[in-house]
Design a binder for this molecule. Structure first.
Ligand SMILES: *Cc1c(COP(=O)(O)O)cnc(C)c1O
Length: 364
């Protein structure tokens, strides 16, 4: 059996350090906003060359609090991609703002910068580019549009911790960069967690208040906020793993190279890495018209695979009543029918990749 991701392998490697870090939190017994959250915030801000980082309860909350801190109000339009996890657009709708979906590029699966401008209206306030599967979105073009139309940019970096666009880390471009520490993400805890990075002091201040019931002085509440703090035990675990993130990402890239060498193209599209981009392969996602047959063959051989994502967001029941329900976003719709993500994690072995590629290569 080869799984999509095996979290046990990494835990066994790091067990002494992780167990000690958790034990340390239990001994200190400062469970909410303790030393590990503060230290991780400093470390992650520095990694991205950002002035501020604020730990929150999940990647979803990172997006939600970033949108609120950027002043997104009911009725505002926020442009994003339909080919992403629901959370990206869910937070827009939660604020009673309007998600406006723009079609994607067929090779990176990210928002197509050429198609954004035609969807900008007088009510457009922000763009959420998603660095899907670990490949950076077209940030030069997106930042150009932000400048031209005075839009806020909130990067969804949930799948792309450590990815780079022309030498700059994703999350370092927009007004806010949002990360998830969900257990299967490239940098992850053993539960939920998230973080926002920003250079703007006022934005950072507002997010710090929002995550803690709108309060900066205990029992004095300036805003209606949330209970959305990053858990101290998770922060301690993530700090251990953060020391190895560049090496974990390097292992993912090495695994991607092995996949590329062994897979026969056979009408199949392999993941691209655009010039100047550093892909961190949260997923290794192929495209094929024979997707369902490949998936069945893998399953017969005890190999996991997954379709991210089978239904683009403008086709989701949850958005059925919305303005985007009738949109025709051809590339996203085609990709939904053809994508297949193969097992990918740093500890995946060369032998396992060989077995997977043998099965895929034999599907007619
Ligand atoms: C995982 C993910 C999120 C949400 O993160 P959670 O920590 O699960 O709330 C948001 N956007 C994308 C693209 C994701 O992959």
């Amino acid at each position: 059996m080869i799984p999509m991701v095996d979290l046990q392998r990494q835990y066994q490697q790091l067990k002494p350090d992780i167990d000690a870090a958790v034990q340390d939190v239990l001994s200190q017994s400062q469970f909410i906003l303790g030393l590990n959250v503060a230290a991780l915030e400093k470390e992650i801000a520095a990694y991205h060359g950002r002035a501020f980082a604020i730990g929150v309860a999940s990647g979803t909350d990172a997006l939600l609090l970033a949108l609120r801190a950027c002043g997104i109000c009911p009725g505002d339009e926020v442009i994003t991609t339909p080919f992403t996890f629901i959370a990206t657009a869910e937070v827009i709708a939660l604020l009673q703002a309007v998600p406006v979906f723009v079609d994607i590029e067929p090779d990176t699966f990210n928002i197509d910068p050429e198609k954004i401008e035609q969807k900008i209206t007088a009510r457009t306030r922000a763009i959420i580019p998603v660095h899907l599967f670990g490949h950076p979105a077209a940030m030069t073009a997106v930042m150009g549009l932000a400048e031209k139309y005075k839009l806020k940019i909130i990067e969804d970096c949930a799948q792309a911790f450590g990815a780079e666009h022309h030498g700059k880390k994703v999350g370092a471009f927009g007004d806010c960069g949002c990360f998830s520490f969900f257990p299967s993400k490239n940098l992850a805890g053993y539960g939920d967690g998230g973080m926002i990075v920003t250079d703007d002091e006022q934005t950072a201040k507002k997010i710090r208040m929002l995550r803690n019931h709108g309060s900066s002085v205990r029992y004095h509440h300036s805003l209606i906020g949330y209970n959305s703090r990053l858990d101290e035990i998770q922060a301690a675990i993530i700090r251990v793993k953060f020391r190895y993130i560049d090496s974990f990402n390097a292992s993912r890239r090495a695994n991607a190279r092995i996949y590329r060498t062994l897979l026969h193209k056979n009408g199949m599209a392999l993941p691209t890495e655009r010039l100047g981009c550093r892909h961190v392969y949260h997923q290794f996602t192929i495209r094929s018209a024979r997707r369902d047959r490949i998936m069945a063959a893998l399953q017969e051989n005890g190999i996991a695979s997954a379709v991210y994502y089978p239904v683009p967001l403008h086709r989701q029941e949850a958005f059925a009543g919305g303005d985007a329900a009738g949109d025709r976003l051809a590339c996203a719709e085609t990709c939904a029918g053809e994508v297949l993500s193969l097992p990918m994690f740093p500890e995946l072995s060369q032998d396992e990749i060989r077995i997977i590629c043998d099965v895929v290569n034999h599907v007619s």
